[in-house]
Design a protein around this ligand. Structure first.
Ligand code: SAM
Ligand code: SF4
Length: 335
C-alpha cells in the first residue's frame, strides 16, 4: 500500500532516489520565510525522514530561526541511534511513530523494520523529554492487539495513541477487502486484509464499497463528486524530496509504482507548464512565483469542475470528495 515498492515487492521503477540536504532547505526557507510558517511536517509520500542524512541539522535550523514553529515528524521509527533520538527530542514538537502492531505483527505491514530498534528509538526519544504519538494502522492481523498496544503506549509515556483506519484498500483502482503483498521476484507472498471488527473499518471506505454494490462505479464517483480542497482549507503546501512544491502530498504522487490514471492526470497538467516540472522547483523559484503560477491557480482548480473540459483530477475526487475517507481514518464508526 506504500508506493515506494510495487505492493511490497520490486522497487518502484519510476522513483528518483533523492533527498533534501541542509543547504537546499536553507535556500528554500530563508529566515524571513521561515518566520511566517506555523507548522513544518516531515511525513512524505515515498520515504521516511530517518533515512535523510540531514534530518537533524534541518530540524535544528528550523528551530533556530522560528522558536514558535510546530515541527512534527512521522516515521516508522526503525533506525538511527540513541544520540539522534535524544537530540531530536530537543528540537521537535512531536514525533508520530507509525507502529502497526506488536513484536510479532508490526513487520507484516512495516516490512523489514525491526521491533527492537523501534522500541530503542521510542525509549531514547521519550527519555530525552520528547513528545510522542503512536499511530496504529489496523488490519485483520493486528486488530486483536489494539488494546495491548494502547496499554504499552501509556506505559512507555506516549502522549496519544491513535487508531487509524486505512482507506488504501484499493486494488486495480477499485475498493477491495484484501490487498496482495508481492514478492520481489513475483507472486503473492500474503494478503493484507481489512479488519473484521466494524469499529476498525473506515466508514467512508465502507460507503464507497456500497456505492459499487448499488451500481455506481468508483470511477463515476471520482468524476462527479463535489471537491472541497483540504490544502486551501488548511493553508498548506507539500514539498517533495525532489524539491518541487505541490498543493498537497496527494498531488505530489507523480511517481507511480504501477501505471495509474491518477498520477498520469497530474503529470499531464505539469506537462502543460512552459517549463514543465521545473516550474514547481522551489530551489529555482520563490513560493510566490509557484503558488501564483498557472499550476496552483488554474490547472489544478480546473480539475475540480463538475464537467472539466480537460478532465477531472481523480486524486482530488479521492482525497477531497464528498465521501471523506481520509478524515474518517481517525473516526470510530460507533460514534
Ligand atoms: C507514507 S507515510 C511516510 C511517513 C513514514 N514513513 C510512515 O510510514 O509513517 C505517510 C503517511 O501515510 C500513512 N500510511 C502509510 N501506510 C498507510 C496505509 N496503508 N493506510 C493509510 N495510511 C497509511 C502513515 O500513517 C503516514 O501518516
Ligand atoms: S487532492 Fe486536490 S482538492 Fe485535495 S487538497 Fe490536494 S489539490 Fe486540494
Amino acid at each position: 500500500m506504500c508506493p515506494r515498492t510495487r505492493a511490497g515487492g520490486a522497487p518502484n521503477p519510476n522513483l528518483p532516489l533523492v533527498e533534501l540536504r541542509l543547504t537546499d532547505v536553507q535556500t528554500m526557507f530563508p529566515p524571513e520565510v521561515l518566520g511566517r510558517l506555523k507548522q513544518f511536517l516531515f511525513c512524505g509520500n515515498y520515504g521516511d525522514a530517518l533515512t535523510a542524512r540531514d534530518t537533524l541539522p534541518i530540524c535544528e535550523y528550523l528551530r533556530a530561526h522560528n522558536p514558535k514553529l510546530r515541527i512534527k515528524l512521522v516515521t516508522n521509527g526503525s533506525g538511527r541511534d540513541a544520540a539522534f533520538w535524544s537530540q531530536l527530542a530537543k528540537v521537535v514538537t512531536t514525533v508520530t511513530f507509525s507502529i502497526d502492531g506488536l513484536g510479532d505483527t508490526n513487520q507484516l505491514y512495516r516490512r523489514r523494520t525491526s521491533w527492537n530498534r523501534v522500541m530503542d528509538s521510542v525509549r531514547a526519544y521519550l527519555a530525552a523529554g520528547g513528545r510522542a504519538e503512536w499511530d496504529f494502522l489496523v488490519f485483520r492481523h493486528n486488530q486483536h492487539q489494539v488494546a495491548e498496544a494502547e496499554a504499552l503506549a501509556r506505559q512507555l509515556g506516549f502522549a496519544k495513541f491513535n487508531v487509524k483506519r486505512s482507506q488504501r484498500f484499493l486494488v486495480d483502482g477499485q475498493p477491495a477487502d484484501r490487498f496482495p503483498v508481492l514478492r520481489a521476484a513475483g507472486g503473492i507472498d500474503y494478503y493484507l486484509e481489512l479488519p473484521t471488527l466494524p469499529d476498525y473499518q473506515n466508514s467512508g471506505f465502507v460507503k464507497l464499497s456500497s456505492l459499487q454494490r448499488r451500481g455506481q462505479s468508483y470511477a463515476d464517483y471520482l468524476s462527479s463528486t463535489r471537491i472541497s480542497c483540504k490544502a486551501m482549507r488548511d493553508e498548506q503546501v507539500y514539498l517533495s524530496a525532489t524539491g518541487h512544491l505541490f498543493p498537497c502530498c496527494w498531488l505530489g504522487q507523480i511517481y507511480d509504482s504501477w501505471p495509474s490514471p491518477m498520477a498520469a492526470e497530474i503529470r499531464s497538467r505539469i506537462a502543460e507548464l512552459t517549463d514543465g516540472l521545473d516550474s514547481l522547483d522551489l530551489r529555482k523559484r520563490s513560493f510566490a512565483e509557484i503558488i501564483d503560477g498557472p499550476f496552483f491557480q488554474d490547472l489544478v482548480v480546473r480539475g475540480w469542475h463538475p464537467e472539466a473540459p480537460q478532465g477531472r483530477l481523480s486524486a482530488c475526487g479521492r482525497m477531497c470528495g464528498e465521501i471523506d475517507t481520509h478524515s474518517r481514518q481517525w473516526e470510530s464508526s460507533s460514534v
